[in-house]
Ligand binder design. Structure first.
Ligand SMILES: NC(=O)c1ccc[n+]([C@@H]2O[C@H](COP(=O)([O-])OP(=O)(O)OC[C@H]3O[C@@H](n4cnc5c(N)ncnc54)[C@H](OP(=O)(O)O)[C@@H]3O)[C@@H](O)[C@H]2O)c1
Length: 339
């Protein structure tokens, strides 16, 4: 039997995303073959395609099939797998391999999906919401009544997840930078949008937080931009504040990261934390599992609702990358891998 998947033929632009057909193999003894329903398209996929993401360095070669997160149906079990059954709906963070009709996963890497959830909603939780949840709760240890800033992409995938999850904690204020045309998304989710293109961010935050007895500034910043923005994100923290850095390109940001670590060492009042979902998952897989299960429950209860910008067929992966890169789709782009 044949199956279709996307491969990145060489590092570079979206034209290197090719649809290919291969023979479908049997699962190995500890593997589960999953028939994919949906795969998320993320900024991290674009960085992988360009060969500038640490995971693409780990891989160190092309061709490979991109795709960080998937939802699918258990299709066939390896002969040593007893923890899953055929037909069960599952989700996972494979990091590579998601843009495919079928994917092979270690049985330990799957998480069961409650019945009745839309696969597009579920796949949107795996990378973006786990990232947002772990940054809020495992890195910044955010508390009710605190104020946060999402610096970069507050209307984007991780940004909207931060806003929805931040609202559940009853934060005092949630500021978020976004392009002016996306401000409605930020305010609809309870955030205070800031147009980073027309104001000085540091001065704006000081102005917006200076009206009461509190020290001006915010208690936590989630920085999805990296580079030069680290410094201003750090400066607008109150004492006791936490800066969680999660975006940017490692090659471009090396000097700025080193500077932040140095500042972190010399300051006992503020903390700089570098977050990576895949590193934390490797160090502590139980947390990833626990947090995703909690998020699936919040989705089931209707307490969170991912914003889906577009659902596209697997064949349109290159177009999906172009749309994501030019910012023209508001919300998560999801590939439909099998009808
Ligand atoms: N560390 C981790 O484990 C982890 C996990 C998930 C994602 N990420 C990273 O997080 C970042 C955001 O991911 P995402 O999926 O949320 O992306 P996204 O939905 O595409 O949001 C990115 C948005 O950021 C804004 N932006 C881009 N450049 C900017 C700049 N120089 N200054 C201010 N805003 C800028 C743009 O929004 P506007 O049009 O509103 O300006 C853009 O649409 C990416 O770098 C991704 O690789 C990291």
């Amino acid at each position: 039997m044949k199956y279709k998947h996307i491969v990145i033929s060489q590092f570079g632009g979206p034209e290197n995303l090719l649809l290919v057909e291969d023979d479908l193999r049997e699962p190995g003894p500890n593997e589960v073959r999953v028939k994919a329903l949906s795969a998320g398209v993320s900024f991290a996929d674009i960085l992988m395609r360009q060969g500038v993401h640490p995971e693409s360095w780990n891989l160190g070669r092309t061709p490979f099939t991109p795709g960080w997160d998937i939802v699918g149906v258990v299709d066939k079990l390896g002969n040593k797998v007893s923890s899953w059954h055929i037909g069960q709906i599952v989700t996972a963070l494979p990091v590579v391999g998601g843009y495919s009709e079928y994917i092979f996963m270690s049985s330990n890497d799957l998480v069961a999906v409650p019945i009745g959830l839309d696969p597009a909603d579920v796949v949107s939780l795996v990378l973006n919401y786990v990232t947002a949840y772990q940054m809020l709760h495992r890195c910044a240890h955010i508390k009710s009544g605190e104020s946060i800033l999402i610096n970069g992409g507050a209307a984007g995938g991780v940004g909207t997840a931060l806003l929805q999850l931040g609202k559940l904690v009853n934060l005092d204020k949630m500021f978020g930078t976004a392009s002016a045309e996306k401000h409605g998304i930020v305010s609809d989710l309870g955030g205070i949008p800031i147009d980073y293109k027309s104001v000085d961010l540091d001065q704006e935050i000081i102005k917006l937080t200076s009206h009461n007895d509190n020290e001006p500034g915010v208690d936590a910043v989630f920085d999805g931009i990296g580079g030069k923005s680290f410094k201003s994100s750090y400066e607008i923290l109150r004492s006791g504040g936490r800066l969680v850095a999660y975006g940017g390109t490692p090659t471009a940001d090396l000097g700025d990261w080193l500077m932040m670590f140095t500042m972190n060492v010399v300051s006992d009042k503020k903390k700089f934390i570098l977050y990576s979902i895949q590193t934390l998952k490797r160090l502590n897989p139980a947390w990833f599992h626990e947090d995703l299960v909690l998020l699936l429950d919040l989705l089931k209860q209707g307490k969170i609702k991912p914003i889906i910008g577009a659902k596209m067929p697997l064949d349109d992966a290159a177009k999906a990358h172009e749309l994501l890169a030019n910012g023209s789709v508001k919300g998560k782009i999801v590939l439909i891998c099998n009808d």
